[in-house]
Ligand binder design. Sequence first.
Ligand code: NAD
Ligand code: DAU
Length: 351
Amino acid sequence: MKKSILITGGAGFIGSHVVKLFVSKYPEYTIVNLDALTYAGNLENLKEIEGASNYFFEKVNIQDAAALDQVFSKHGITDVIHLAAESHVDRSISDPLAFVKTNVFGTVNLLNSAKKAWAGELGNHLFYHVSTDEVYGSLEDGGFFLESTPYDPQSPYSASKASSDHFVRAYANTYQMNTVISNCSNNYGPNHFPEKLIPLCIHNIKNNKPLPVYGKGENIRDWLFVIDHARAIDTVFHQGKSGETYNIGGFNEWKNIDIVRLLCQKMDEKLGREKGTSEKLITFVKDRAGHDHRYAIDATKIKEELGWEPSLQFEEGIEMTIDWYLNNQEWLDHVTSGAYQDYYTELYENR
Ligand code: NAD
Ligand code: DAU
């Protein structure tokens, strides 16, 4: 059967890299990018492949069940890679319901459309849910998240992603739908919306604006280059075993403050500023409510069973990321105009 793959959230940060990889690597597949184009979705992320003959775009909200059914039937969808989500923890703290509507209700809608479209032949199709390591909760200074770590989500964002993971597993168990889930650590790279730590700091350093570090900057995240995540998604989609979960990460833990200092150092070099100039912008601000201390993924299973591992060293990836932002000022201008300014003022002014 010729594959017609529905990739949801394909105009977002990670989704756009997945769409670009699949469209160019698999000309024999039809790739349908379904995205509501929220503040985080941007078709400029896809300009390299927008004219490809195997690529289609559908502006649809996953909360709209009827519109989803139409897309399944119009394109004869055979498989789903589901990335569409509200993805920012800080926004989930101020508006949890938006996360329930898209991440939980939207995912169940998508599962229902797939179940309906694939009725009688569920075994021939795959529903792949792209999820996060945040479902496992927060680690102290030792240990790693394994695929068997019990779920313990701590923020409204991670609670919504945990709930959507549970629904995917429930559909596998109840209806024998072929499903696979991957839980990935923090991504960074080109096209990352500047609400997240790394692109926000790159943008602010460039503009000589304060770098807001939550609390003491001691929280730890495990960073992976976005194109390595897209390669992992390709691997799991093609080789993952139905019903399984795969953790994705690069064994690359950093304290937030160390990442911010590294960005300052690299950008001083690139912008021809005197050493130490950008570090003066670091400003410690009120901590995120319920801030998870540490995430760290054990990615042994995907390496041993499917042969995937990261291709890039962190410093190399950070250099490429900074260069991308310095060379794509127009992209940054577009995404930081309008609503971004209001968001920024509300979250950071007088924090
Ligand atoms: P993002 O916020 O950059 O992009 C999300 C995309 O989903 C956008 O294009 C947006 O327009 C679309 N979208 C949002 N609500 C929608 C709706 N109701 N209907 C249709 N489309 C909608 O997110 P991202 O960082 O690219 O994350 C993609 C997925 O990967 C998410 O499911 C996220 O939970 C997961 N994830 C992200 C990371 C990370 O570090 N960014 C790590 C692990 C897992
Ligand atoms: O672990 C995977 C998750 O990583 C994904 O599921 C989420 O979609 C993604 O947003 C990301 O979540 P984080 O909350 O870890 O990412 P963020 O970039 O928002 O924050 C990284 C760390 O930096 C976190 O400890 C909070 C801190 N931070 C963040 C911002 C935006 C700051 O200190 N200052 C800031 O201004």
